[in-house]
Design a binder for this molecule. Structure first.
Ligand SMILES: Nc1ncnc2c1ncn2[C@@H]1O[C@H](COP(=O)(O)OP(=O)(O)OP(=O)(O)O)[C@@H](O)[C@H]1O
Ligand SMILES: [Mg+2]
Length: 348
C-alpha cells in the first residue's frame, strides 16, 4: 500500500455492527429479555480518523464497553464489520492486537506479588520492547501519572486509583497506535484525573498516527479532550459531531441574559412583540431587572438592545447563555425513566 493511500484509511471503522448477548441457561430474570437475548449494539456505524480523540458517550448499558470489546478483538460481533487501520477485527486478530491497547477504568488486573516496575517491565517484554527503551518509557509513564514513588511498591499494596493509573502505563508501555480507554478517570482523584487527561493529550501530540477512543460519564472531560464525540443510546448512535456541533445542534434559539437598571416589568410585553424575539422573561433582582431573552438568531440581539435603549431602559450587563455538553447529552438521551419505557416498548 502506498503511503498516501494508507493515510486515508480510518484508524477505526465500524459498519452496521450488531451484538446480541444470548440469554444463558433457561429463563432469565426480568421478563423483557427472556429467550430473545439482549441487543447491546443495534447497527453501529462509526468512523474515527487518525490523530483524533474520539469520545463515545452514553448512559449505563448503552453499549459502549461492548463496542470497545469488539474493536479490541475480545468479543465477536453478531453482525456487521469492524476494522482497525483497515484490518478486519475478526480475521486479522493478531495484527490488530499489535497496534492497539485497551484500559478499562474498573479493571483490577495485575499480578499482586510483582512491583509496579516489574509488572510494567513484564508487559514490555510481552510486546518485545527493547530493554533500554522499556526502562526509559516506564520511568516516563510512571512520573507522568504521578506514580514515580510507587515504582518499587508491590501491586497488591496500591490503592484503587493507583492501580488504575498503573494500568494506563501498562497500556502505553507497548507504544500502541490506537488506544481504547473505557472510563479512564473513573474513581481517580481530581489531581490524578487531570494528570491522566494531560498525559493523554501530550501522548497524542507526539505522533500524528496516534488515535484514542474513550468513553466517559464526565461531560466536561469529553468536552475538554475530544475532537469528535458520538452519543450512543440503546445500542444506536443518536448523535455525532464535534462537541460544539452537539451543543449548537440542540440549541434552537440564541439565549441571552441581561441586567437592566431599575425594575421595569413593562419591558416584557414590549420585547415579546419585536421581530426575532421568541421569548422574554423578566424577574426582579433587588432594584434591577433581570431579563432572559430567547432570540431566533444571535444577530437579533443588536436591534433588541437598541429598542430597550429607545424605550428608556439601561442595559448594565449582557451575557450569552451557552448550552453545555451535559445539557445536550440529557436532551439527546432523555431521562432514565423515559428511556426505560421506550426500551420496553421496543421489546414488545
Ligand atoms: N456478558 C454479557 N452478557 C449479557 N448481557 C450483557 C453482557 N455484557 C453486557 N451486556 C448487556 O449489554 C448492554 C450493553 O452493555 P455495555 O456494558 O456495553 O454498556 P456500557 O455502555 O458500557 O455501560 P456502562 O456505562 O454501565 O459501562 C446492557 O444491556 C448489558 O446488560
Ligand atoms: Mg461500560
Amino acid at each position: 500500500m502506498s503511503h498516501s493511500a494508507q493515510d486515508t484509511v480510518p484508524a477505526i471503522q465500524t459498519i452496521d455492527v450488531r451484538r446480541v448477548y444470548q440469554a444463558r441457561g433457561g429463563r432469565s430474570i426480568g421478563g423483557a429479555q427472556a429467550g430473545k437475548g439482549v441487543t447491546a449494539l443495534d447497527g453501529v456505524s462509526l468512523t474515527v480518523q487518525r490523530g483524533e480523540i474520539f469520545g463515545l458517550l452514553g448512559r449505563n448499558g448503552a453499549g459502549k464497553t461492548t463496542l470497545i470489546k469488539i474493536l479490541t478483538t475480545l468479543l465477536a460481533p453478531s453482525g456487521g464489520q469492524a476494522y482497525i487501520d483497515g484490518m478486519d477485527v475478526t480475521r486479522d486478530v493478531i495484527k490488530v492486537r499489535q497496534i492497539i491497547a485497551m484500559v478499562s477504568g474498573g479493571e483490577q488486573s495485575g499480578y499482586g506479588i510483582l512491583t509496579v516496575r516489574e509488572q510494567l517491565w513484564m508487559f514490555a517484554q510481552f510486546y518485545g520492547v527493547p530493554s533500554k527503551v522499556a526502562h526509559a518509557r516506564i520511568d516516563e509513564l510512571l512520573s507522568a501519572v504521578g506514580l514515580g514513588d510507587q515504582a518499587n511498591q508491590k501491586v497488591y499494596a496500591l490503592s484503587t486509583g493507583m492501580r488504575q493509573r498503573m494500568n494506563l502505563c501498562r497500556a502505553l508501555v507497548s507504544d500502541p497506535e490506537i488506544l481504547f480507554l473505557d472510563e479512564p478517570t473513573v474513581g481517580l482523584d481530581v489531581e490524578a484525573s487531570r494528570a491522566v487527561r494531560e498525559y493523554v493529550r501530550k501522548w497524542m501530540g507526539e505522533n500524528p498516527r496516534r488515535t484514542v477512543l474513550l468513553t466517559t460519564h464526565y461531560m466536561f472531560e469529553a468536552d475538554e479532550l475530544c475532537d469528535h464525540v458520538a452519543v450512543i443510546n440503546h445500542g444506536q448512535i443518536v448523535a455525532e459531531g464535534t462537541t460544539d456541533d452537539l451543543k449548537r445542534g440542540l440549541q434552537e434559539h440564541a439565549r441571552f441574559q441581561l441586567e437592566m437598571a431599575e425594575w421595569l416589568p413593562a419591558f416584557t410585553e414590549m420585547l415579546r412583540e419585536r421581530d426575532g424575539v421568541v421569548d422574554a422573561q423578566t424577574e426582579q433582582r433587588n432594584d434591577r431587572t433581570q431579563l432572559r431573552l430567547a432570540l431566533l438568531r444571535e444577530e437579533f440581539i443588536v436591534p433588541t438592545i437598541a429598542s430597550i435603549n429607545e424605550a428608556g431602559g439601561r442595559v448594565l450587563a449582557l451575557r450569552r447563555i451557552e448550552p453545555t455538553l451535559e445539557e445536550a447529552f440529557v436532551r439527546l438521551v432523555g431521562d432514565e425513566a423515559e428511556s426505560q419505557r421506550e426500551g420496553e416498548e421496543a421489546q414488545r
